[in-house]
Design a binder for this molecule. Structure first.
Ligand code: SAM
Ligand code: DTB
Ligand code: SF4
Length: 335
């Protein structure tokens, strides 16, 4: 069956066993089963998600991560949602890799504000060795402050994940973004398989995987389910699953896409919770435009992580004070 899709005859032994292991991995969820979750009456879906959530997590604890864009804009890729792609004309100002001291000052402020993880993002297709070296130093020093470390630097080549691990990296974020069937409508400069290969490199050195996607890009419900199926059926599902609502930025090809119904967003969070019971599900980009009531529904649906601090990478996020107030109103404590 497999050979009819992938011709394994030209592969070396290591590649062949990787393909075979993937084919033999148990498929926990079919796309149809996940679509069926989406189609449940809202109260039934929420009940199921909340039940799974309570079986696996403290239902009132939410992990808080702060993001910093350490290298901004000028990216060679063509991700249709992204304001940092050089080819689109957006208001993002290009900024070279930040100096170590500036990054550490931001990490210190994040820690004082209550964040437990500090995520450093760079607008690279893939880091060059001369890019990676200063980032390794940032990771070491942020870790030494007592924060968990996360980085998202693009595709990794052989050997780079090992260097990140040695520097003390706890999480690597690399998203699948969407279902394989919709992927070609979103990005053409890297393949789905490129992404899976980077995720394998991260997994193989025992760095925690942070991997999710974006919804509201004009994909269909079965395609939203298709993204979740890819994540849930991984040999080990990601420890952290960011679900981003597309933040529409003027100048990007996706600007002007029909807005997603907020309940569909909540349903996506609930389906992620049910299909990945032990993963932290992060309510990621999109909170700034989201009513507090919808965010509360996302927490009820099993979201238990957020980005905290007034900026994501280049776009806005709720003020820290507003999030503290929301946590207070909902009786949520930060993890
Ligand atoms: N350049 C690296 C890469 O693409 O892997 C790391 C940074 S990239 C900005 C990290 C992730 O942010 C993307 O994979 C995408 O899922 C998310 N993202 C970027 N722009 C977004 C937007 N406008 N709305 C929602 N999520 C977005
Ligand atoms: C993720 O899934 N979402 C974050 C983080 N990983 C790096 C990024 C969201 C970016 C939103 C658009 C911006 O601020 O540039
Ligand atoms: Fe570049 Fe990452 Fe933006 Fe794609 S998502 S254009 S790779 S910064």
């Amino acid at each position: 069956m497999l050979e009819s899709v992938i011709d394994i005859r030209g592969l070396d032994n290591a590649e062949r066993s990787k393909v075979q292991a993937r084919a033999e991995a148990p498929q926990r969820w079919t796309v149809d089963e996940i679509v069926a979750l989406f189609e449940l009456p809202f109260a039934d879906l929420m009940h199921q998600a909340q039940t799974v959530h309570r079986e696996n997590f403290d239902p009132n604890g939410v992990q808080v991560s702060t993001l910093l864009s350490i290298k901004t804009g000028g990216c060679s890729e063509d991700c249709g949602y992204c304001p940092q792609a050089a080819r689109y004309h957006t208001d993002v100002e290009k900024q070279d890799l930040m100096q170590l001291e500036e990054v550490l000052a931001a990490a210190r402020a994040a820690k004082e504000n209550g964040a437990s993880r500090f995520c450093m993002g760079a607008a690279w297709r893939s880091p060059k060795q001369r890019d990676l070296e200063p980032v390794l130093k940032m990771i070491q020093e942020v870790k030494a402050m007592g924060l968990e470390t996360c980085a998202t630097l693009g595709m990794l080549k052989d050997g780079q994940a090992e260097q990140l691990k040695d520097a003390g990296l706890d999480y690597y974020n690399h998203n699948l973004d969407t279902a394989p069937e919709y992927y070609g409508d979103v990005i053409t400069t890297r393949t789905y398989q490129d992404r899976l290969d980077t995720l394998d490199r991260v997994r193989n050195v025992d760095i925690n995987v942070c991997c999710g996607g974006i919804i509201g890009m004009g994909e269909s419900r079965p395609q939203r389910a298709g993204l979740l199926a890819q994540l849930a059926n991984m040999e080990r599902p990601p420890e952290s699953v960011p679900i981003n609502l597309l933040t529409q930025v003027e100048g990007t090809p996706m600007y002007g896409t029909d807005e997603l119904d907020p309940f569909e967003f909540v349903r996506t969070i609930a389906a992620a919770r049910i299909t990945m019971p032990q993963s932290f599900v992060r309510l990621s980009a999109g909170r700034q435009s989201m009513h507090e009531g919808i965010q509360a529904l996302c927490f009820l649906a099993g979201a238990n992580s957020i980005f905290y601090g007034e900026k994501l990478l280049t776009t806005g996020n709720p003020e820290a004070e507003a999030d503290k107030a929301l946590f207070g109103k909902l009786g949520i404590h930060p993890l």
